[in-house]
Design a protein around this ligand. Sequence first.
Ligand code: BES
Ligand code: MN
Ligand code: MN
Length: 460
Amino acid sequence: MESINSYIQENKQRFLDELFELLRIPSVSADPKYKNDVIKTAEKVKEKLTEAGADNVELMPTAGYPIVYGEKLIDKNLPTILVYGHYDVQPADPLELWNSGPFEPIIKKTEIHPDGAIFARGSCDDKGQMYMHVKALEVMLKNNVLPCNVKFMIEGEEEVGSSNLGTFVKQNKEKLKADVILISDTSILGNDLPSIDVGLRGLSYVEVEVVGPNRDLHSGVYGGAVANPAQVLCEMIASLKDENNHITIPGFYDDVLELSKEERAEMALTPFDLKAFTDDLGIDEVRGETGFSTIERTGIRPTLEVNGIWGGYIGEGAKTVLPSKANAKISMRLVPNQNSDKITELFENHFKKIAPPSVKVTVKPHHGGEPYITNTTSKEYLAAAKAMEQTFGKKPIPTRGGGSIPIVALFEKELGLKSVLMGFGLDSDALHSPNEHYGVFNYLKGIETIPYFFKYYAEK
Ligand code: BES
Ligand code: MN
Ligand code: MN
């Protein structure tokens, strides 16, 4: 294993160049305009996986974007690790807030990343983290240290809800047979604070529309006399939380698995710098559910957030108009034992109930997903913890990240497989935001750590 470090150092520039090739293709799955680029990215991943030494690499079609599959099966008596990742990225908008092109990767030093960070959409989420696994395979093969079988399943629709992956998994159970799933698509607490995300939240996502009069109206002629859907929508949304920022939808918290006093006390030991947190975001104060700390609010509590809201005139200058309708996109993050279909139904019933008779309301559910928890005494957690301890020189802390990877719960349901979330990004890497970046240190550290996970997992 000693040889892998020098191999990584010797090939560092090429590892970066190859990732840059991937980052240059705008694989935005949400926008049909990028269809050819998304497919081109899948082909590039296939090419790279083949070059790294994987066998039977293929693009497997789905009703949406293809899944890149590849494998290296060395001995059927040894365990098999299934690596999951995604090659699609979030839209780059708003473009004007990027300091360099979102698809023109460039390395710049930052305060948190003194060795430099790769700035590009998808650098951290998830091309950079996914590609660490491709390079780790190369490292293991070239140094003759691959200790078990490996399969790759890299999808192109994670950022739009993985709606075709469930069917794919059901149809390919034999092919995907494995012992565990390894994913790098989450964060660590800091480059000197390794951690492992042991909880993913579920998701319920709805779009609502409030319709008032049958057309936009002159706000002088009609204003004050008919319901303004924009105003009504705001009032309805405001009523979804009380003065303690507690969600008011009846039954919303019924299934929430509360943590014990002991578990909360343990969680409170997680290093967290509130000042650094607010400074990074440019805010004076945090805000959230009364009675819970910031890391609890994002890790173990369900939330309801407006993701987008619009209606009426938003062009240049002033237009005196009373809009006929107003809309919002609302997401709810769910915690263990909550169920996304049930929460969506509770939301829909409640939202329709609180609407005044002067408007009509429709609620359209978008994608959802279930929460997931990793057991910290499991073989896979312990292997990941040992691997990180080896390469960071520090035992990782188990954390509960706030994000969602809905397919993880589905993997367990359909394949009976547990996942381990050994991510290497930082929350401050601006994923989904302008100027997303990924530390060069983190990229190389991931490539170095993954072979150790393989080693420790394969050990009896
Ligand atoms: N990699 C993220 C999820 C993530 C980020 C987990 C940081 C933990 C820490 C993933 O690509 C993502 O953005 N997921 C979406 C899910 C949605 C599109 C169904 C999310 O969390 O919003
Ligand atoms: Mn991701
Ligand atoms: Mn994402």
